[in-house]
Structures are given as C-alpha cells and as structure tokens.
Design a protein around this ligand. Structure first.
Ligand code: G3I
Length: 375
C-alpha cells in the first residue's frame, strides 16, 4: 500500500475510532447502540479477527503458510497467532516435502521437520491445524513420479504415506485435505493416479480415516465454488463416495477468485447448501482475491476486493454447513500469486506487504461483528 493508501486507511481508522467513541458516524448521524458496538469491534485495535470468530464459532484460517517466512520473519508468526484460529501449512506437508526419499522403507524416508515446527507453533498459539495435502498431482517427489511401480506397489506407497503422516499427527490435525484437486488433472498424466486409477480416492480416504478416526476428511477442489459443470462433478463424486460408504466429512472450496471473476454469491450459497444436505461440511480453504485483473485505481481495487471478502464471509456465516474460512497466505508480501502471476503488484490478501490491515480485513471483521451483535 503506498503512502496515500496508508493515510486513507489511517484516516478511516481514526474516523471509526471517533465514531466508536461518540456514537456519531462521519456525517454526524447518530448510530444505534448496536451500530456503535459494531464500529467498536471493527476498529477496536485490541479486537482481532480471531476474538470475533471465537464468539460466533467459526474458524478463520491462515492457510498457505510459507516455510521460509515462518522461520525468518517474526512479524509473520505474530500476525498468524494474533488474528487466526487455524493454520494450514502451504508446502510442509506435501508429498515431495514430507516424504522426499524411498530408500530406507522406514521413517528415515520422511522429513517432518517443518510440519512438526508448524504444529508446535500452532498448538503453542492455541490454534487448530488443517493438514494439506495427502494426495495431489503436484509437488510429488521424483522417486514417486519416476518410479516404475505397478498398481499394487503404488497402493502400498500411498497407504504407507498416508498412514505414516496421519497417525503421526493423530488428534493434532483437526482436518485433512485428503485429496487435492482430483478433477483438475487428467489421470493419464500422473503416475500415482495412472497406476491406481480413480479408486485412489476412496482408498486415500480409508487409509486416512483408519489412521486417525477423529480427523475431519476433506475433498479439496479449486474453481468449484459456483454452480457449474465442475462443481456438479465434485457433487457427483462425493455422492458416489458416500454411497460406497467412504468416510468423508467435507468439501473444501479453495476460492481462488479475482476482481474480474468474483464468486457468484447465490450459487456459492446453493452449492454449500446442497453439500450440507448430504451431511457434509464445507470449508473455504484457500481464499485470495486477485486485484491486478482490472484496470482501476488501487483504492478502488481494494474496496472491490473488500466487498468480495465480506460477501463470502457473510455467505459462510449464513450457511451453517460452512464452518471455516481460510485465506491462502496472510500478507501480500508472501502471496504465491506474485510468483504465479509474475506480477509483484498483486495484493490478494487481508494484510498488505507491511502487515497493515487492508479494507478486506475490516470487511471480514465487520461481517463477523454484525453476527456477534445478533447473538
Ligand atoms: O522449496 C523450494 C526451494 O528450495 C527452491 O529454491 C525454490 C525455487 O525454485 O522453490 C521452492 O519450492 C517452491 C515451493 O512453493 C516452496 O516455496 C516451488 O518452486 C513452488 O512451485 C511452490 O509453490 C506452491 C504451489 O502450491 C505449487 O503449485 C505454493 O507455495 C503454494 O502456496 C501453492 O499452493 C497450492 C495449494 O497447495 C493447492 N491449491 C492451489 C495452491 C496455489 O497453487
């Protein structure tokens, strides 16, 4: 955020602080007691997203936690512990990172260092942990992608992987993204899926459930939040899994959206509802809102972004089936999108590159505060 934005947001904070104090809004209009209480919660410097989320019983997650800043940037861990109720490692639990070797056939094949460090930090900060992810078509180790395993061997590899990791974090990881983006690949291109076939999905859920019966098991997909062909395929797949007696507890809607392609709120709500009617939970698992997709002033982009974050927060609060909203990253400084879009100007998250709260942060807070006053 440049100097002008910073001044604007500071003025906004000042105005709201005065409002909270005087009970008058910036036009001098008297606020109701409820409106004044909302302003106090939205702008109160000691009132955090986490404290409000706890009051309404929703999980506000810090997802996509990057390993390097986790170790190197003290402000990173500070804001995670202050503002969020759960943490999802961005890479530390992925196959290629946590299971880099296959030459011992025992725990020495694994590298738990970073996942353990994030678990310990989360527990010390009284936060929950979402495990991400047990099976995906990306970030797999070379020994897996290039191994000439037959189907029986691949099932054994996947079973050992899932049982080793899920049992290690038994009763410590509250929810797992068991399969990630299973509809975003063509099975023929990826060995572990090519070798096993679509049955890898029910098998992965079975292995995970047997390793930790208390963990919530999720099917996590991207670009399947609206009502469309892809979300219909997700719906059909989870219906089939449930019909086969597979233990699956929920669907993750990643919610990687943009100012150019915002989510369709009515469709997202209907999509959540139909999953809820199956007895499933919904987690918004990886929300970010790309800004550099329209031509407008930074101020206008941040306001439009804030509306999207606020709207999705309200949909999740309104739809009981939605019990968690996580962003994918916490500060614009480390968003994966800067690398992915090759645009250093991307500002997709709730905090700017200097850890200052953006309009999106206040928009999320406001929706939760509006729910708090209704309790
Ligand atoms: O760890 C290596 C480092 O040793 C090396 O020097 C560096 C430069 O090549 O790369 C580092 O690995 C990078 C890794 O992030 C850790 O920073 C990989 O190149 C990079 O591809 C990887 O990107 C991750 C991306 O998934 C991979 O597709 C992002 O951090 C991560 O946020 C992103 O997350 C995914 C979710 O898991 C699933 N949903 C989509 C989401 C965005 O792609």
């Amino acid at each position: 955020m440049d100097r002008r934005q910073f001044l604007l947001s500071s003025v906004g904070a000042l105005v709201s602080a005065v409002t909270a104090k005087t009970g008058l809004d910036w036009r001098g209009k008297r606020l109701s007691a409820q409106e004044t209480r909302i302003e106090e919660m939205v702008r109160g410097p000691s009132i955090t997203l986490r404290s409000l989320a706890d009051k309404v019983g929703i999980d506000i997650g810090a997802g996509g936690i990057n390993t390097v800043p986790f170790y190197k940037d003290p402000d990173y861990k500070k804001i995670i512990a202050r503002e969020f109720t759960s943490l999802t490692p961005g890479n530390a639990m992925k196959f290629g990172v946590i299971h880099p070797r296959n030459n011992y056939g025992d725990e020495r094949d694994y590298n738990f260092e970073h996942a353990d460090a994030m678990l310990e930090f989360a527990e010390a900060s009284k936060m929950k942990v979402r495990g991400h992810t047990l099976v995906w078509h990306m970030q797999n180790p070379r020994w897996l992608d290039q191994g000439n395993f037959d189907r029986r061997e691949l099932i054994q590899v996947m079973e050992d992987h899932i049982r080793t990791i899920v049992s290690r974090y038994k009763d410590r990881v509250f929810a797992w993204d068991v399969v990630n983006e299973p509809l975003t690949i063509n099975h023929e291109s990826i060995p572990i899926f090519q070798g096993i076939g679509p049955e890898y999905i029910p098998l992965a859920f079975r292995f995970a459930h047997e390793a930790d019966p208390s963990a919530l098991l999720f099917y996590n997909e991207t670009q399947a939040h609206n009502l469309d062909e892809k979300s219909n395929m997700v719906y059909e797949q989870v219906c089939n899994l449930l019909d086969e007696g597979v233990t699956i507890h929920g669907v993750g809607m990643q919610m990687h959206v943009s100012l150019r392609y915002p989510p369709n709120l009515v469709q997202v709500a209907k999509n959540m509802r139909r999953l809820g009617n199956l007895g499933l939970k919904v987690h918004v698992t990886e929300m970010d809102v790309k800004t550099e997709t329209i031509d407008s002033s930074t101020e206008d982009k941040l306001e439009k972004q804030a509306k999207i974050y606020g709207d999705i927060t309200k949909v999740c609060l309104d739809e009981e089936v939605c019990t968690s909203i996580a962003t994918w990253g916490v500060t614009d400084r480390y968003s994966w999108l800067k690398e992915f879009t090759k645009n250093p100007e991307e500002k997709p998250l709730l905090f700017d590159a200097d850890y200052r709260a953006k309009p999106s942060y206040y928009a999320v807070k406001r929706k939760i505060a509006e729910r708090v006053v209704k309790i």
